[in-house]
Design a protein around this ligand. Structure first.
Ligand code: 5AD
Ligand code: SF4
Length: 478
């Protein structure tokens, strides 16, 4: 088996071996428990937030499995419950507190020995730690985004001491790669190409909870992709907060365009996707690489956030309405038929009706196939939370609804253009509603449902589109 670890640091490797030892120790305890009681301990894992968190949870789940726990989808039969939290908006945090409240009851009434663990972005904030200590003392293990790989050690400490274990770092020490991972899908996988973010958009908490930007070397990334391909993976999602600035700070600088070209050559990989791209760094070189690499999907997530140059300036986005629209034009010229998606925030401090109209205008011009739309949520510690002219919620909500009235018909029209076309659909799963239907994504990222069975999973199948359901398409095999 190929395992190119030349580029992971010696300290990172030593740390990885140490954690593998802890995994063995916990496993012994859990195996003894299973031998004595006749049942294995179970874990329940929930990832909140973005794909980065989802991918981190695959690692947590891999480590828990190696430690001798069995995964359950029923929270109320678990002996180990782990939430990988998000803090991008207040709602995400409120949801966690609500769930922790319910777990208190579960522990008191059903399973006093259940271990509750919390990690991820939310726990990187000192105010959250204070709240946890005061109001949620039934949470047993708390760690953060920089020391995810320490779960085995923290679990053993908790088992041996019975005490609450808090371990939060404020910055990255070693980067520990190649921890056990439980992939959610057999045929598609995510690969981190970088961690953290240096952009400091004025509304965003991410740079504070995920630290400075750090890229992995192309050699490390390629070794991981090759290993996944050997394991049957056909679709790769490259993950980073800002993939377009990939590699700039490496000892041997690399570019994202160069990386894409290398990954495009890996045998066995059929599709490559990536997110997220920041418009300020989307180079001509990258557009060209996307256009030339046959495996790179012709779909681009390009968050605009706002269509007003003045709001963009105060968001610290470092592009204007005009330069964004120019980018859209360039991307479409280089790759006719490409689909675009975006993120939009409504109700940023100081947003006027005119600013909002400019956002609507960008939506009309860019013609997105999907958009992720958010009400602005002030995050403590970010500059925007301190700005004057916070927008009252009723105005923001009213704008939000008006935005959907503009956006949804466009999404419908963009999907309608596909009716009658044949799309190559990479099948991911059986539909939850109907076992005779499978669903997957076209190269352009549109979701397609069509009649099929489990043999289709992992295959790329030509499908004629027969019906448009606005947010997805219905097709039939040709
Ligand atoms: N309020 C609302 N939306 C936000 N996002 C990031 N921070 C905030 C915030 N404070 C949105 C942005 C980003 C997406 C992941 O979440 O649109 O692109
Ligand atoms: Fe992802 Fe940001 Fe949420 Fe963290 S805070 S999980 S980086 S969206």
């Amino acid at each position: 088996m190929e395992n190119d670890e030349r580029n992971t640091t010696a300290a990172g490797q030593a740390e990885r071996l140490r954690q593998l030892e802890y995994i063995r120790s916990v496993r012994k305890i859990n195996d003894a428990y299973a031998a004595e009681t006749g049942k294995k301990r179970k874990f329940y894992s929930l990832a909140m937030g973005c794909q980065m968190n989802g991918h981190d949870s695959e690692k947590l789940e891999g480590m828990l499995t190696e430690m001798g726990y069995e995964q359950t989808q029923t929270e109320t039969e678990a002996d180990f419950i782990i939430y990988n939290t998000c803090c991008i908006r207040e709602n995400a945090e409120l949801k966690v507190y609500g769930k922790l409240g319910a777990l208190k009851h579960y522990k008191e009434t059903q399973n006093p020995n259940a271990v509750i663990a919390l990690c991820g972005c939310m726990t990187q904030q000192p105010t959250v730690l204070e709240t946890l200590r005061k109001k949620y003392p039934h949470v047993d293990i708390v760690f953060g985004t920089f020391n995810l790989y320490k779960l085995p050690e923290l679990t053993l400490t908790r088992m041996e001491s019975g005490e609450t274990v808090y371990d939060i770092w404020q910055e990255q020490k070693e980067i520990v790669e190649d921890v056990p991972s439980l992939r959610g899908h057999a045929y598609k996988a995510s690969v981190n190409i970088m961690y953290g973010c240096d952009n400091f958009c004025s509304y965003c908490i991410v740079p504070y909870v995920r630290g400075r930007e750090r890229s992995r070397t192309p050699e490390d990334i390629l070794a991981e992709v090759r290993k996944l391909a050997a394991d049957g993976v056909k679709e790769i999602m490259l993950l980073g907060q800002n993939v377009n600035s990939y590699g700039k700070k490496l000892e041997k600088p690399a570019t994202f365009a160069g990386l894409l070209r290398q990954i495009n050559e890996v045998e066995g990989i059929e599709r490559v996707r990536f997110m997220t791209s920041h418009p300020k760094d989307l180079s001509d070189e990258l557009i060209q690489a996307m256009a030339e690499c046959d495996k790179v999907c012709k779909y681009l997530h390009l968050p605009v956030q706002s269509g007003s140059s003045e709001i963009l300036r105060r968001m610290n986005r470092r592009y204007t309405r005009e330069s964004y629209l120019e980018l859209v034009r360039k991307v479409r010229a280089a790759m006719p038929g490409i689909t675009l998606s975006t993120d939009i925030i409504v109700g940023f401090p100081g947003e006027t009706e005119e600013d909002f109209q400019e956002t609507l205008d960008v939506i009309r011009q860019a013609r997105y196939s999907t958009a992720f739309t958010f009400l602005y949520s002030p995050r403590t510690g970010t500059p925007a939370a301190e700005m004057e002219n916070q927008i009252p919620e009723d105005i923001a909500k009213e704008r939000f609804n008006r935005m959907l009235d503009v956006l949804n018909p466009i999404v419908h029209e963009v999907h309608e253009e596909q009716v009658g076309n044949i799309l190559e659909v990479f099948v991911e799963k059986i539909s939850r509603q109907d076992s005779g239907i499978v669903s997957g994504r076209a190269d352009n990222n549109m979701l397609v449902h069509f009649p099929g069975a489990s043999e289709c999973i992992g295959q790329t199948i030509p499908v004629r589109i027969v019906e448009n359901k606005t947010f997805y398409l219905i097709g039939e095999r040709v």
